[in-house]
Design a binder for this molecule. Sequence first.
Ligand SMILES: *Cc1c(COP(=O)(O)O)cnc(C)c1O
Length: 366
Amino acid sequence: MNVPLIDIVIRDAGQRREIDDAIRHILDKGAYIGGEEVAKFNDEFGAYCGGTCVSVANGTDALILALKALGIGPGDEVVTVPFTFIATAEAITAVGAKIRFVDIEPVTYALDPARLADAITPKTKAIIAVHLFGHPADMDALKKVCAPQSIKIVEDAAQAHGATYKGKRTGSLGDIACFSFYPTKNLGGFGDGGAVVATDQRLIDLVTKIANHGRSSQYFHDIAGLNSRLDAVQAVYLRSQLKRLEDFNRRRVSIAKRYEAALKNHPLIKPPVTSPDASHVFHLYCVRSSKRDALAALLKEKGIGHGVYYPLSLHLQPAYKHLGYKKGDFPVSEQASETILALPMHPHLTDQQVQTVCDTLISFKG
Ligand SMILES: *Cc1c(COP(=O)(O)O)cnc(C)c1O
């Protein structure tokens, strides 16, 4: 039996019809940019997160727009983690600010609040807290460091749609939040998409304006902005998926519970841990093993999908060589890169597929 790491094809015939009908309606009207579906999606996703939503072209743009709306640019510094997808750091580079990395906390893989103060300088304007793999960062501990110095907190929630921290959903945990709707994310489209969510209407108005050519009205522009919009057809698909997101996330959690039970007391594989303050949405289910490569070989032999997220920390990437970091600077991130392995995780896994993965994990002897 083959067990794919990720499966994003919608097979539910009813849902397919619902999406096809709405897309046909858009094609019939020729209303491809903006319009009713985008407005409805903004309302629905904003309400889901507990804020106001502006949808944009992708998650990387969402981060760039959030930083721009906070007024961050050349001369400023932004703190984030080296153990994340590169888009988090690219957004800081794109607005012309300087990246300062801080190591992650070893259990949740999120920015370590205990190390944050070391990276703060008088130029620090914001931090980007990544809710990696679907587990929220320790927001209260981060706020305790940031608030007295008026440092803004940006959530990179691209992997954590619907995850909660102390009962509140991602998107409403910091000053401004960024989401991606790349197809493989917990809430994904059939192309690119993203969103910025915030409760501060001033920030939302600024993001809306910057994302739409800095426009005050047609052909009148207050500032030089950019073009970053969600397509109407993506909004249709995302509205349909949003209705099912809670069910999808629940299914992910129930698969995670079965993996965890199979890994209980396993001598060579450690399951992920969820903080008592958080609910995890398992964008990825990443285990740790000092015998990672042997485990990957066994999974491959059994036809079970797996992947390494992420094999090289950002501070060691050629793209960020100029920042002057070296091996050993962020040992927790580096160790994660060397020992982590993602197992199949998506809502469409069958119980039988999950059982195959569990049996294989239990059989692993190194
Ligand atoms: C996917 C992702 C992004 C970027 O999203 P895109 O829509 O691909 O631009 C940013 N941060 C993290 C942590 C991601 O996983």
